[in-house]
Ligand binder design. Structure first.
Ligand code: ATR
Length: 270
C-alpha cells in the first residue's frame, strides 16, 4: 500500500482524502490518503520524513504552498511561475519535485467540463494572491485575447504583471480604474467568498454570455455565484470542479493514470 496525504493548517475540512479514495477505487489501486495538519515550523522535517518512510506523494494546501515550493530540488514551469506548489513527489533521482496543478484544474473545469473556451476571450482575474498566481500560467497557455488582473492592493497585481511580462501581457488594475465593459470570463480568485463577501465589481462587467467562476465552493451557491446569477451571467460556476480536476492532475503525476472526474464531482455534489 502506498501512502499519500494532503498537508495544511488547518486541514480537517479537506475533501482531498475523499476525492483521492474515489479515484483509487477506479483503478483498484492500493492507496491510503490522509489529511495531516502540519505547522509551518515543522514542514521541512515532515516532508523529509514522509518521503524517507516511502510516502508516494503529498498535496500541499494553505498556508504551505509557497514554503513547500522553496523545499523542492526541482519544479515544473507552472510551479515556478506561481512560486507555489500543491503537489510533491520524488523524482527518478530520489529528489523532491514540486508541481502546481491548480491552473490545469481550473482550465480543465472551464474548457472541458463546461465547454467554455478561453482562447481568444477577455478574462478578468479578480485577486492577486496565491490562488490567482496558481491559475495564471494555465490561463495564459489558453491564449486568451486579454487578461486583466484586478486587486484591492494594486501593487500586488502590478508585481504579478511584471513577473509574467516575459511570457504574456497581463493588465494590472485597481477596482476603481476597471473599465465597465463586459468580460467573457470573470474568475474570482479572492478569499472573499469564505467570509460571505463580494469583490467590488460593477454588474456592468457581466453580459448574457459571460462565464463567472468562483474558485471557492460551498454547500449552496457562494455569494459570488449568486451575484453572477442575479445579474444574468450565462454560465455561473463554483470551484468544486477545479478542486477535483487539480486532484486528478496530482493523481496522474503519482500514478501515471488520469481518473474519471465526472462521477467524483457528482458524488461530492450529492
Ligand atoms: P490565496 O492564497 O487564497 O489567494 P491570499 O494570498 O491571502 O490568499 O490572497 C487573498 C486575495 O483576496 C488577495 O487578492 C486579497 O487582496 P489584497 O491583495 O488586496 O489583500 C483579496 N482579498 C481579501 N480580502 C479582501 C477584501 N476585503 N476586499 C478585496 N479583496 C480582498
Amino acid at each position: 500500500m502506498t501512502r499519500y496525504a494532503v498537508i495544511g493548517d488547518p486541514v480537517a475540512h479537506s475533501k482531498s482524502p475523499r476525492i483521492h479514495t474515489l479515484f483509487a477505487e477506479q483503478f483498484t489501486a492500493d492507496v491510503q490518503y490522509a489529511a495531516i495538519q502540519v505547522e509551518a515550523d515543522g514542514l521541512k522535517s515532515f516532508v523529509d520524513e514522509f518521503f524517507s518512510a516511502g510516502g508516494g506523494g503529498l498535496n500541499v494546501t494553505v498556508p504551505h504552498k509557497e514554503s513547500a515550493f522553496a523545499l523542492c530540488a526541482s519544479t515544473s514551469i507552472q510551479a515556478q511561475l506561481a512560486k507555489a506548489v500543491n503537489t510533491l513527489m520524488l523524482d527518478s533521482n530520489g529528489e523532491l519535485f514540486g508541481d502546481n496543478t491548480d491552473g490545469r484544474g481550473i482550465v480543465t473545469d472551464i474548457t472541458e467540463n463546461h465547454q467554455v473556451a478561453i482562447a481568444g476571450k477577455r478574462v478578468l482575474l479578480v485577486g492577486a494572491g496565491g490562488a490567482a498566481r496558481g491559475a495564471l500560467p494555465a490561463l495564459i497557455e489558453q491564449s486568451p485575447e486579454q487578461i486583466v488582473l484586478v486587486n484591492r492592493t494594486l501593487a500586488k497585481a502590478q508585481t504579478i504583471q511584471n513577473e509574467f511580462a516575459d511570457i504574456a501581457r497581463v493588465d494590472a488594475t485597481s477596482f476603481e480604474a476597471l473599465d465597465r465593459k463586459p468580460f467573457d470570463i470573470i474568475i474570482n480568485a479572492t478569499s472573499l467568498s469564505l467570509h460571505g463577501e463580494l469583490p467590488a465589481l460593477s454588474p456592468a462587467l457581466i453580459a448574457e454570455s459571460t462565464c463567472c467562476y468562483d474558485m471557492m465552493y460551498g454547500d449552496s451557491d457562494t455569494v459570488f455565484v449568486s451575484w453572477a446569477k442575479q445579474h444574468g451571467a450565462g454560465v455561473c460556476l463554483d470551484g468544486l470542479g477545479m478542486l477535483v480536476e487539480q486532484a486528478a492532475e496530482s493523481f496522474l503525476l503519482w500514478q501515471g493514470k488520469r481518473p474519471e472526474t465526472q462521477p467524483v464531482i457528482a458524488a461530492l455534489r450529492r
